[in-house]
Structure formats: structure tokens, C-alpha cells
Design a protein. Structure first.
Ligand code: KIV
Length: 263
């Protein structure tokens, strides 16, 4: 695979070609995912749940994310490395810039931040300084306590319109990529069609430009009840490398997600 950059994702969007993204937390799995062709790796703050055993992403620190970013950066090969800004990095623009700087120094090539239209100023400042930003909308796990649980967002027309408007505002402010989590398939399609920037979905239907899953879900090892949008690709493969390849190929061919994975 040729080195994946933001321009690669933009070219995919223009060509109507979908791309695969997967979380990664260490060098070995990052290498395996890159070898399988996965275009974007995310050091997600989901590490707080799947690696550290917390019930939410809130306890994850900047140091935790920097550590896993350095590990993934050493193994990632040609994939683009996106990294999550942890809970409260968005508290002030100053803190946002400092925390994003730490992630970029650790090896991030794009940072992901949760927040709605009010994040526009922070995103504008990051993008002015040459930091590519992915804005995470819909179900934002860092606000789980305010949302009252891990629930589908944008089910009613007003809420859907607000998410669409937030996505427009953040893209205009300089977000290079939008990530939509757990929204109805129709809203995933509407946001993807409305924006020029690539839209990545998780539980957002088959029509977004890219798809992302948590690695532990792809390998079927996550404890507890599985959300509807995940699929165990290891169940259909001989080994971990095969599972990553199967996931990548199914995304590229738009076989995943299927209708049953959407809302
Ligand atoms: O932290 C994470 O892994 C994420 C994905 C679920 C998109 O944000």
C-alpha cells in the first residue's frame, strides 16, 4: 500500500471509493492491520475500555494516549495515524492546542476531538497551525453521562438536523474529516452527501466514505453485550491477519456494514 495521507482520503471521497479504518493500540497489531491494507489506524480512547477495563473512556489520560501513539507509530507502516484527544482536552483552546501538540509529537498525523458546533474555534486554531482534525459527532462517548448511556443519536428530525448543521459548521471551521458514531443510516448518508470532506462512520450505515471499528470487536474478543454495528471477522478467517484482511475487503466492496448493522 502507498503511504496514506489526508489527500488520499480526499481522493477516495472524490472517486466514491470507500476506505477502512481500525483502532490500534500497539506496534504489532498496527503492523498487522497495515499489512492487511487498512488505510487509517486510530489510537482511540476506547483503550480505556478494551485495554484498561474501565466502563467508559473518561479515565484515559493524555500520557496514556501518547504512550500508545508512540507504540502504534513504530508499527503502522503506510496507514494514516489518527489519535484521540482525551476527555477534557477540549476544555479550553489553549489546552486543546497543547494536547494536540503532544499527540503530534508522539506520532499522530491527525487528531480526533469530540464536540459539537462550539468546537469550531478550537478546530480553526488547530487547522491554522497545520494539525489535521477529525471532528467526532453523534454518539460522543466522552459525554456518555450527559447522554444517559451509549444510545443512538439523531433519531428524531430536530436532532438529526442539528448533527448535520454541526458537521457543516465544523467542516467550514477546518475539520478535515468528520466521524459519525451511532446515528441512523439516513443521517450518515445525508451528512456524507452534504460535505466535501471525508465522513467516517461507525454504526452510521453503509453510505459514509469510510468505516471504522474497534479492533477487539473485529476479533470478537470484547467482553459483554455487543452493539448491533459490530462484526466478528475472525469467525470467518483462519487468523488475525485474515480477519483484518476480510474486514478491509468487505469495507472496500461495501459488503460491510450490511443493513442489519445499521439503525
Ligand atoms: O475511541 C475510539 O475507539 C473511537 C472509535 C469508536 C471511533 O472513537
Amino acid at each position: 500500500m502507498k503511504t496514506v495521507t489526508l489527500s488520499t482520503l480526499q481522493a477516495f471521497k472524490r472517486a466514491g471509493e470507500t476506505f477502512s479504518c481500525l483502532t490500534a493500540y500497539d506496534a504489532t497489531f498496527a503492523h498487522a492491520a497495515g499489512e492487511a491494507g487498512i488505510e487509517v489506524l486510530l489510537v482511540g480512547d476506547s483503550l480505556g475500555m478494551v485495554l484498561q477495563g474501565h466502563t467508559s473512556t473518561l479515565p484515559v489520560t493524555l500520557d496514556d494516549v501518547c504512550y500508545h501513539t508512540r507504540c502504534v507509530a513504530r508499527g503502522k507502516g503506510a496507514s494514516l495515524l489518527m489519535v484521540d484527544l482525551p476527555f477534557m482536552s477540549n476544555a479550553t483552546t489553549e489546552r486543546l492546542l497543547e494536547d494536540a501538540g503532544a499527540l503530534m509529537r508522539a506520532g499522530a498525523e491527525m487528531v480526533k476531538v469530540e464536540g459539537e458546533a462550539w468546537m469550531a474555534d478550537g478546530i480553526r486554531e488547530l487547522s491554522r497551525r497545520g494539525v489535521p482534525v477529525c471532528a467526532h459527532l453523534g454518539l460522543t462517548p466522552q459525554t456518555v453521562h450527559q447522554l444517559g448511556g451509549y444510545k443512538v443519536q439523531g433519531r428524531d428530525a430536530d436532532q438529526a438536523e442539528r448533527i448535520l448543521e454541526d458537521a457543516r459548521t465544523l467542516a467550514e471551521a477546518g475539520a478535515s474529516v468528520i466521524l459519525l458514531e451511532c446515528v441512523p443510516t439516513s443521517l450518515g448518508r445525508a451528512v456524507t452527501e452534504a460535505l466535501d470532506v471525508p465522513v467516517i462512520g461507525i454504526g452510521a450505515g453503509a453510505d459514509t466514505d469510510g468505516q471504522i471499528l474497534v479492533m477487539h470487536d473485529v476479533l470478537g474478543v470484547t467482553a459483554g453485550r455487543q452493539p448491533r454495528f459490530v462484526k466478528n471477522f475472525l469467525a470467518e478467517a483462519d487468523d488475525i491477519q485474515g480477519a483484518f484482511r476480510r474486514y478491509h475487503e468487505d469495507v472496500k466492496a461495501r459488503r460491510f456494514p450490511a443493513e442489519e448493522h445499521g439503525f
